[in-house]
Design a protein around this ligand. Structure first.
Ligand SMILES: Cc1cc2nc3c(=O)[nH]c(=O)nc-3n(C[C@H](O)[C@H](O)[C@H](O)COP(=O)(O)OP(=O)(O)OC[C@H]3O[C@@H](n4cnc5c(N)ncnc54)[C@H](O)[C@@H]3O)c2cc1C
Length: 341
């Protein structure tokens, strides 16, 4: 019988990265097409930490969790983690390995695939099982203009998947999960890099976007810094997080950390308001799974309207101040010439 193995990433703050739950739910769907293949997790962490996660694994429907604990594993290390992962994979021989396309996952997955001489489809946004029982992994290609579905000729078939591409299970899928402890063989491995300290930088904005219910995103149409200030005021009124298109990032109006899209972040807020963004496919792939999308654009033919639930055709410099007024309950003011489609 086939089996699917998911890398359960532990964050710097010693939590399980949420992508493991997204992949777990997706894998359960894939498993049904593979004669109920088992779905397992691979957890590598410092001694004693696994205990904290057991309930989460049980509630996420994992059949097996392979645990390698050691105090040399307190911080992520390419050499140690990849050695342990490869040893365990050789032992349990999964058919499919899924890894979150996080900073850690993007470092670890290629190491594993090259050690195992197998293929890896990186940064996938779709996973399925084809009629031959192979993993069909879909990812954007040719600068996002095409979607390519890629099959791996060798086993295990590996893929990295961006966080937030799939949704976690809407409710607990409780299983009689088996926890299997494996002694990591790492005594003879010298780390080439030693972790000293993590210095917090612009990552705060990234984390905010991950959990934001409302995102107000600005594009080239916001034109200048004053435009982006207006966007930030709008976001503040809505208690929303601010994001940007690459157009705005390239103009120096926003930090690359808050770029949404193929080469930026994938987000799934309850509401995504795109202001002065044309809707290039490379942007769309990063926000399409938002619950509701509203676009404000002065070009009624802008492609962003094709993926929006509601659209306002108008000048952002007229529409946004008016929306701010409405939100602040100013009332009685003249409304701009806007057309809701
Ligand atoms: C390999 C590759 C990867 C890429 N990755 C990304 C990515 O991750 N994210 C991303 O966003 N892009 C990405 N891009 C770039 C992408 O193709 C587009 O160029 C970019 O998204 C355009 O940004 P924009 O919509 O802000 O600008 P534009 O396409 O210039 O659109 C500006 C929009 O603003 C509107 N507008 C102008 N003035 C006003 C006004 N006063 N009021 C209202 N509306 C107005 C215009 O009608 C227009 O629709 C990538 C491209 C490539 C080739």
């Amino acid at each position: 019988m086939s089996n699917i193995l998911i890398y359960a990433e532990v964050t710097r703050e010693n939590y399980l990265h949420t992508v493991v739950f997204e992949l777990a739910y997706k894998a359960q769907g894939l498993s049904k097409k593979l004669d109920n293949a088992s779905v397992s997790a691979l957890l590598i962490c410092k001694t004693g930490l696994a205990e904290n996660f057991k309930e989460a694994f049980i509630n996420s429907g994992f059949d097996y969790v392979y645990i390698a604990e050691n105090n040399r594993l307190t911080h992520y290390s390419t050499e140690l983690y990849s050695k342990i992962a490869v040893d365990i994979i050789k032992e349990i021989k999964p058919d499919i390995i899924l890894v979150g396309a996080t900073t850690q996952g993007r470092d670890l997955a290629p190491r594993i695939s090259s050690s195992l001489h197998t293929g890896l489809t990186a940064d996938c946004i779709g996973l399925d099982i084809n009629e031959k029982g192979q993993l069909a992994a879909t990812r954007p290609t040719f600068g996002g203009k095409l979607m390519a579905t890629i099959l791996c000729k060798t086993l295990p078939q590996m893929a990295t998947v961006r966080p937030k591409v799939f949704k976690p299970a809407p409710e607990n899928i409780v299983k009689d999960t088996k926890f299997i402890y494996i002694k990591p063989e790492i005594d003879n491995i010298n780390k080439k890099v030693e972790f000293i300290e993590f210095v917090k930088g612009l990552n705060t904005a990234i984390n905010e976007l991950d959990s934001a219910d409302i995102i107000v995103a600005g594009g080239r149409g916001m034109k200048n810094e004053a435009g982006f200030e207006l966007l930030k005021n709008f976001a503040q009124c809505l208690k929303a997080s601010v994001a940007a298109s690459r157009g705005a990032v390239d103009m120096g109006l926003a930090s690359p950390d808050i770029q949404i899209g193929q080469t930026g972040k994938t987000v799934t807020p309850k509401l995504y308001i795109a202001c002065g963004i044309s809707g290039a496919i490379q942007h769309i792939v990063g926000m399409l799974d938002s619950d509701k999308i509203i676009a404000i654009n002065n070009d009624e033919k802008a492609p962003i309207f094709e993926v929006s639930d509601s659209g306002i055709v108008g000048d952002v410099f007229e529409v946004i101040p008016e929306l701010i007024k409405i939100i602040k309950n100013a009332g009685g003011e003249e409304t701009p010439d806007i057309n809701i489609i």
